[in-house]
Design a protein around this ligand. Structure first.
Ligand code: ZN
Length: 341
């Protein structure tokens, strides 16, 4: 019913192995392969769901979610969740131990100067850079799944949301099952704007798995760096919704009634460097109109106003920069454009 194994993802220059742990619940088992544990799922073993967290190591609430879910699936009071459990659930709470130990988003250049961000190199390469090797080691567990969840978190001033590939109905269904009020539909490939390609978003784990035909979502829970009860609860409820949607757990996910908005590349950026003062009553979740004043960037030495930051579209404020010292080009406010689809 439940097993866990250590998994060596790659080796550091000193020879120290980069280790993590893979957990398997239900029908699937962990067999000993040449390179370490391998997932073995019987042919008639039912649905398989894979979830991972902390590709960006400072995003600790996803790891906390998978621990809480583990307690629900295996603990003394877990009988309710075990009743009717069908298929297999695989979880990797710390997908990137390198960034986890640095409490960072990317690795130092010395470890991976080409793919400092692990979430840009999927499905990885067993002969590639450190992050590519680590991704390649995790990929067989993910690609055996019928549905995939990649847990992330943002800053306290980012609205909780779930990203899925725009136009993909199966991904949309999974996002609704996870259940955050805001869903962001991210266009991909030729349908996306140039920034999508420039920032190498095609190498995101969610995009790579979706490309393989596996419905995949990226929930962005609130609060990096600190475990926040509300974020953990949102994540656990979301995972239970996903497991129900896939038929691993009995029951149906709660019906979803929220908002779908366009992907999160629509941002109001700093036209010049200085201090950013957001409009005092501006809050995440606010509806704003095209041209609405959101704050100002000013020169702290001369007091001169350098920029009146305005919304460039009607939409929902999903992030606000609260670290006030900004450099030109930095994101001041994220505005997601509501869409009907
Ligand atoms: Zn992240």
């Amino acid at each position: 019913m439940y097993d866990s194994r250590e998994l060596v993802l790659a080796r550091l220059p000193s020879g120290v192995p980069i280790r993590t742990t893979v957990h398997v619940y239900g029908e699937g088992t962990l067999a000993d392969g040449e390179e370490g544990p391998e997932l073995d799922v019987p042919d008639d073993g039912g649905p398989v769901v894979y979830a991972q967290a902390a590709q960006h190591g400072r995003e600790v609430n996803g790891a906390a979610v998978l621990r809480r879910l583990h307690e629900r699936l295996t603990g003394a009071d877990a009988a309710g969740d075990r009743t009717g459990f069908r298929g297999t659930f695989v979880s990797v709470p710390v997908a990137d131990p390198l960034t986890f130990d640095h409490v960072s988003y990317t690795t130092p250049e010395s470890l991976d100067s080409i793919n400092a961000n692990m979430n840009r190199c999927w499905p990885g390469d067993a002969d590639g850079t450190l992050h590519e090797r680590m991704a390649a080691r995790l990929w067989p567990f993910a690609s055996a799944a019928d549905a995939v969840v990649d847990l992330h978190t943002g800053s306290p001033t980012m609205l909780t949301h779930t990203v899925y590939m725009r136009g993909d109905e199966a991904c949309r269904g999974l996002a609704e099952a996870f259940g955050t009020d805001l869903l962001l539909a991210e266009a991909a490939g030729d349908d996306a704007d140039t920034e999508w390609a420039e920032r190498n978003f095609g190498g995101k784990f969610r995009v790579a798995a979706t490309r393989e035909g596996i419905p995949t979502i990226t929930p962005e829970l609130a609060h990096s760096r600190e475990i926040v009860e509300e974020a953990v609860e949102t994540g656990v409820d979301g995972m239970v919704g996903v497991l129900r949607h896939e038929g691993v757990l009995a029951g149906d996910p709660d019906p979803w009634e929220g908002t779908v908005a366009r992907n999160h590349l629509g941002r109001v950026t700093a036209a010049d460097s200085g201090l950013f003062r957001a409009k005092p009553d501006l809050a995440i979740g606010d509806e704003v109109a095209d041209g609405e004043r959101l704050g100002e960037v000013y020169d702290p030495a001369t007091f001169e106003t350098l920029q009146v930051a305005e919304a460039d579209r009607d939409g929902i404020v999903y992030s606000v920069a609260r670290e006030s010292t900004v450099t030109a080009g930095a994101t001041l406010v994220g505005v997601a454009e509501r869409i009907e689809e």
